[in-house]
Design a binder for this molecule. Structure first.
Ligand code: FE2
Length: 299
């Protein structure tokens, strides 16, 4: 059975058929999925009831886990110790479900941290080596809301006027979890957190390592631009983000049970949408390391 991909929006996102993600893939299938990712940047696989082990095996066809290269510093989970569920190796818990199957309290700081997933971002842009692919598996989906939206940052870059392109070509941003959480009013961070969340440098315009296409590397984690006064930097980031998340650049994924959605953080942004926090929603993520930093870090 061959792989085929149906394009979902005018510029990107495709729905894949002809792949059973529970089974080991052939080299030709891996190559076809990679090629699909280069072209569409977001791929949707329907009806893939995965175990954690199967999700990890499927993921590892496409690279190395971020934990083993580039890693999330300090392995911050944004859950309290009592709220941590035991999942398979390499699996990130993106649910609102506690160890007993109960939905997590919305009063906790952990919940407030988690809410920042609803801001437009690129995964791990706060790491010196930002992520390449992320994969989300919908094990229990919300009955209302909870879409995941994606923005095509290549198409957005292409659509910028030439003057803006020239102005931003060599700009370098600083990204940190403190900037994204700060947008929700979370202003106090412990010494440990400040060390772990130390801002990293990222190019504002990046080039995809395979396609060579340029894209805007925006993210809620971006909070400063080097050499630009803070209000001007924040205004430019807000302006570019508003431009890049116009409807014409968006694919909104409405979750069905057992969907697997895979995206390239190097050419897209995404955000979760609101859902009823009293309802259990179990979404699990695997994340692959990028090939390297977008620019050298401070010495
Ligand atoms: Fe994310």
């Amino acid at each position: 059975m061959g792989i085929s991909i149906r394009q979902l929006t005018p510029t990107f996102a495709g729905e894949v058929s002809g792949v059973d993600c529970r089974q080991p893939l052939s080299p030709a299938e891996v190559a076809a999925v990679h090629a699909g990712m280069v072209e569409y940047a977001v791929l949707v696989f329907r009806d893939q009831p995965l175990t954690d082990e199967e999700q990890l095996r499927f993921t590892l066809h496409f690279g190395e886990l971020e934990e083993t290269r580039g890693g999330t510093p300090g392995n911050i989970h944004f859950r309290t110790d009592e709220e941590v569920r035991k999942l398979g190796p390499g699996i990130k818990d993106f649910s609102n479900v506690g160890p007993g199957g109960e939905s997590l309290s919305t009063d906790s700081r952990a919940y407030a941290f988690k809410l920042a997933d609803q801001l437009w971002h690129s995964d791990s842009s706060f790491n010196a080596i930002p992520a390449s692919y992320s994969l989300l598996s919908g094990r229990t989906v919300a009955s209302w809301g909870g879409n995941t939206e994606f923005a095509d940052m290549r198409a957005a870059y292409d659509a910028l006027d030439d003057r803006t392109k020239m102005a931003i070509e060599n700009l370098v941003c600083r990204h940190s979890n403190m900037y994204s959480r700060g947008k929700l009013g979370l202003a106090e961070f412990s010494d440990d957190e400040q060390a772990v969340f130390k801002p990293v440098r990222q190019r504002l315009v990046r080039r995809h390592p395979v396609s060579g296409r340029k894209s805007l590397f925006l993210s809620a984690h971006a909070g400063e631009i080097e050499g630009v006064p803070l209000p001007q930097a924040r205004m430019l980031l807000l302006d570019l983000t508003e431009f890049a998340t116009h409807d014409r650049f968006i694919y909104s994924h409405a979750w069905r049970l057992n969907d697997l959605v895979m995206w390239d953080n190097r050419s897209t942004m995404h955000r979760g949408r609101r859902f009823d926090p009293n309802e259990a929603r179990d979404i699990r993520q695997t994340r692959l390391a990028g090939e390297g930093p977008t620019i050298a870090q401070d010495a």
